[in-house]
Design a protein around this ligand. Structure first.
Ligand code: SAM
Length: 152
């Protein structure tokens, strides 16, 4: 497992999706989708065309399934080679180690213009467009969240 389930607060998700300028033509993939909240907000408020989550935890995977979101139960590392080339936006909230593992794959197979939005953890080689900081109430109380917005 690359990271435990810590949900991203709703206002942070909205900032992440605004940073990606998410909209009707996008295909969004959340790598480690937890309870599916990023996908549901992307659909409901940003009208993203297709949202896909990959989640290893079987309970979360089952619970997050709904009519308008696609959830794949499995290991994002083994599925990323198939999924990343389809995406226009990738959202990630994992760990520094996971970002390191994913970075070269994203650079190799992500399509030009792909937006990668990472909650709290940086990538070292991707081209950074914007950083946003936002205070929000989450599992750990009122804390500052950093959003890193990258583009290929
Ligand atoms: C920090 S949570 C983020 C959840 C959600 N993306 C959000 O921002 O609210 C990380 C999620 O990644 C999942 N995860 C960890 N390792 C994984 C792996 N190898 N493949 C798929 N999901 C994984 C965990 O089960 C957890 O739900």
């Amino acid at each position: 497992m690359l990271a435990p389930f810590i949900p991203t607060p709703e206002e942070v998700i909205k900032e992440m999706l605004s940073c990606a300028n998410a909209g009707r033509n996008d295909i969004l993939i959340d790598l480690g989708s937890g309870d599916g909240r990023i996908l549901k907000i992307a659909k409901m408020y940003f009208h993203v065309k297709l949202v896909i989550g990959v989640e290893l935890n079987k309970v979360l995977c089952k619970e997050s399934k709904s009519e308008d979101v696609e959830i794949i139960c499995g290991d994002l590392l083994s599925l990323s080679e198939v999924l990343i080339p389809r995406a226009t936006i990738i959202t990630i909230y994992l760990s520094p180690r996971s970002n390191k593992l994913l970075e070269d794959i994203i650079l190799k197979i992500g399509k030009s213009g792909l937006k990668i939005i990472s909650h709290d953890f940086e990538f070292s080689k991707l081209s950074l467009e914007k950083i946003k900081k936002i205070k929000a109430m989450g599992l750990l109380g009122l804390t500052e969240h950093t959003i890193y917005c990258y583009k290929l």
